[in-house]
Design a protein around this ligand. Structure first.
Ligand SMILES: NC(=O)c1ccc[n+]([C@@H]2O[C@H](COP(=O)([O-])OP(=O)(O)OC[C@H]3O[C@@H](n4cnc5c(N)ncnc54)[C@H](OP(=O)(O)O)[C@@H]3O)[C@@H](O)[C@H]2O)c1
Length: 249
C-alpha cells in the first residue's frame, strides 16, 4: 500500500481522452489511490500505468458493470484493500442515435443494462461499503454521469434517454435516502457533446461543426465533479448541469 490514505473508484473508463480516464487522473492528483474500472483490460491498464508514471497510485479493476458477480468481486477487492472509499463515480455509458423504428428489443435492453442497471448493481455494493466507513473516511461522495437524455428524450435517442432518465430518478432516490447518512450522492448532467475520443472517432465532422468551445472539454467537466465532491456538507449540490456556452437547450 502506498502513502495514499483513501480510495477512489471510477466505473466505466475507456480511452485517455475520455471522461472516465480524466476523472481517474484527477482523483490520483488529489492523493487518492484509484481503482480504474472498465471492461477492456488494455484500456484500463494503460490508464493505471499513466497514473503511476505521473507519480500517482492506481489499480486496474476489470469488470463488466452489467454482471452482478463481477461487480461484487470488484467491490470486494476495494474493501479488502483496507483504505476507506472516499469517492465512487458511475460513468459507464454508451450512445448511438437510432430511428425509433430501428431500435430492436436487444438494443434497447443492452443500452439500459449499461446506463441504468449497471448503476443499480454498483450502488447495491458501494452504498453498504461506504456506510461501514462513514467514521474513517474524511468525506464520501457517490457521483453519477448523466447526459441530455437524463432530462429529455430527443428524436432518435429513445433507448439512451430511457436509460439515462431512469438512472437520474434512481440517483435522486439514493440521495434522499443516503445523504442524511453521510454519503453525498450527486448527478452531473452533461448537456452537449464531449470533446474526446468517443465523439471524435465516431462523429468527427459533427464535433468540428460545433466550432470553438462548442463541445464540453473533459478537464472542465472533471473540475465540476471535483467541486461537487469537495463541497462542505452544509451546502451539498445534488445535481449540476453543464453545457457549452452556445448550446441550445
Ligand atoms: N461522449 C459524449 O459526447 C457524452 C455526452 C453526454 C454524456 N456522456 C456520458 O459521459 C460518460 C462518459 O462518456 P465518454 O464518451 O467520455 O466515455 P469515456 O468516459 O471515455 O468511456 C466510458 C467507458 O465506459 C466503458 N463501459 C461501457 N460499458 C461498460 C460496461 N458494461 N462495463 C464497464 N465499462 C463499460 C466503455 O469501455 P470500452 O471502451 O472498453 O467499451 C467506455 O470506454 C457516459 O456516461 C456518457 O453517457 C457522454
Amino acid at each position: 500500500m502506498s502513502d495514499t490514505k483513501t480510495n477512489a473508484v471510477i466505473f466505466g473508463v475507456g480511452p485517455r481522452q475520455g471522461l472516465g480516464a480524466e476523472l481517474c487522473h484527477r482523483a490520483a492528483r488529489r492523493g487518492m489511490h484509484v481503482f480504474v474500472n472498465g471492461r477492456t483490460a488494455e484500456k484500463i491498464e494503460a490508464v493505471a500505468a499513466d497514473i503511476i508514471k505521473a507519480g500517482g497510485s492506481a489499480t486496474p479493476l476489470l469488470a463488466d458493470v452489467t454482471d452482478e458477480a463481477a461487480v461484487n468481486k470488484a467491490i470486494a477487492a476495494i474493501e479488502a484493500d483496507g483504505r476507506p472509499l472516499e469517492l465512487a463515480i458511475y460513468n459507464a455509458g454508451n450512445n448511438r442515435p437510432e430511428k425509433f423504428l430501428d431500435v430492436t428489443a436487444e438494443v434497447f435492453e443492452d443500452m439500459w443494462r449499461v446506463i441504468c442497471f449497471g448503476g443499480f448493481l454498483v450502488s447495491l455494493a458501494i452504498v453498504p461499503l461506504m456506510l461501514k466507513q462513514t467514521d474513517s473516511a474524511p468525506r464520501q461522495s457517490f457521483l453519477f454521469t448523466g447526459a441530455s437524455g437524463s432530462l429529455r428524450g430527443k428524436a432518435n435517442f429513445a433507448a439512451f434517454a430511457a436509460g439515462k432518465g431512469a438512472l437520474r430518478m434512481m440517483v435522486q432516490s439514493l440521495a434522499r435516502e443516503f445523504n442524511p447518512q453521510g454519503i453525498h450522492v450527486g448527478h452531473v448532467v452533461i448537456d452537449g457533446a464531449i470533446n474526446g475520443d468517443k465523439v471524435r472517432q465516431n462523429f468527427g465532422a459533427y464535433l468540428d461543426s460545433k466550432g470553438e468551445d462548442g463541445a464540453l472539454e473533459i478537464s472542465a467537466i472533471a473540475d465540476a465533479f471535483f467541486m461537487m465532491h469537495e463541497q462542505h456538507r452544509s451546502a451539498w449540490t445534488q445535481e449540476l448541469d453543464l453545457r457549452p456556452f452556445k448550446e441550445e437547450f
